[in-house]
Design a protein around this ligand. Structure first.
Ligand SMILES: O=C(O)CCC(=O)C(=O)O
Ligand SMILES: [Fe+2]
Length: 364
């Protein structure tokens, strides 16, 4: 038996929603396990038109613009997604994270499987976490990093110290820059809602500010023989406060109730930001998390790098006091990120509804 099949077999206890397809062995057809050909009936999306519109442009926010706060607020209220320019993240670092990511995913399958993530774990190689909610598998592979990447990097490049050092250096630098950018964006977005981040309690905590939590997720979408039949990443909303995304080519699709699926191609030197469910709760529904997904293509190996930024795990997130009054009663009960992830794991597309307050009571 070849070593890859052996590795898949010897890990048979791992649920199969963690294992990506062995893309090295794919020939000219999309296997039935990866053929998305029936309606999903999720998020109440109208599935009659799968056509992806390319001519609608999401807002572009230049952080050097004196009107950035106002424009950011408008973009968050209307779109929930925007491109950000003059974000301060060195462009070379974005190139470097992309090339390190390519280096990782170009390793032989057998090697990547040495860093497979554990059941219930977040860090390591594997299919995106949301794969268990879909009847068919996604045409992608991912690598999650929480905190230091050293442990998994050493498994990927066991005899090449320079290789894993280089990977870790770039990842750590990127995490640092992303954290800085997310803190800045959060503060500007809250200002647009009239919230001063110097107010204590803005995340619900008192005393010493605690460190936000984050997850860096590298995504790889190999070329696909029949892109119309496959899905890179199924429709979902992110659970974070905000997510910052870099993509090396088109593939991100955003859902709009008015027009359906809209493609969000990369914009040179810009990053994409989208609102996650926890910001919807924090803003009492003013900024809404958008449903998005990733398509695949026939000729180009697409890579994306997503940084999910959220509150410290034990901090309760609830609608900000300043946004609640008799005309705007609280729409959501308070939850920690951990609690919310558990609710999402059970209810997926209905997770936000589960923390909604109806007649003064929540249903979860
Ligand atoms: O690759 C993309 O464009 C989307 C990735 C994404 O939505 C995610 O990682 O949550
Ligand atoms: Fe996402």
């Amino acid at each position: 038996m070849n070593p890859v099949s052996e590795a898949y077999r010897s890990n048979h206890l791992q649920p199969n929603y963690i294992f990506p397809l062995d893309f090295e062995s794919v020939e000219d057809v999309v296997p039935d396990s990866h053929t998305w050909n029936s309606p999903l009936n999720m998020f109440d999306i109208d599935e009659s038109s799968e056509h992806v519109i390319k001519s609608v442009a999401v807002p572009v926010i230049d952080l050097d613009d004196p009107n950035a706060v106002k424009l950011l607020g408008q973009a968050c209220e209307t779109w929930g997604v925007f491109h950000v320019m003059n974000h301060g993240v060195p462009l070379n670092l974005i190139k470097d994270i992309e090339s390190e990511s390519r280096r990782l995913f170009s390793l032989p399958t057998e090697q990547k499987l040495k860093a497979i993530r554990s059941t219930g774990g977040v860090s390591g190689y594997g299919l995106a976490h949301i794969s268990k909610f879909f009847p068919k598998k996604m045409w992608s592979e991912g690598f999650g990093i929480v905190g230091s990447p050293v442990e998994h990097a050493r498994k990927l490049w066991p005899d090449q110290e320079d290789d894993y050092f280089r990977f870790c250096d770039v990842v750590e630098e990127y995490q640092k820059e992303m954290k800085k950018l997310c803190e800045r964006l959060m503060s500007l977005m809250l200002s647009s809602l009239g919230i001063n981040t110097e107010d204590p309690n803005w995340t619900g905590s008192t005393g010493e500010p605690k460190d936000a939590q984050s997850l860096l997720q590298l995504n790889s979408y190999p070329v696909c023989p029949d892109p119309n039949m496959a899905m890179g990443m199924g429709p979902h909303t992110d659970s974070s406060f905000i997510t910052v995304l870099h993509q090396n080519g088109p593939g991100l699709h955003l859902h709009s109730n008015q027009v359906g699926w809209v493609e969000v191609p990369p914009l040179q030197n810009a990053l994409i930001v989208n609102i996650g469910d926890l910001f919807t709760i924090l803003s009492n529904g003013r900024f809404v998390s958008r449903i998005h997904r990733a398509g695949v293509n026939r000729t180009r190996h697409r890579l994306s790098v997503a940084y999910f930024y959220g509150p410290p795990m034990d901090v309760k997130v609830s609608p900000l006091m300043k946004l609640v009054d008799p005309d705007h009663p609280p729409l959501y009960r308070s939850v920690t990120w951990n609690e919310y992830l558990a609710i999402k794991a059970k209810n997926f597309d209905k997770a936000l509804e589960m923390v909604q307050i109806e007649d003064g009571k929540s249903i979860a």
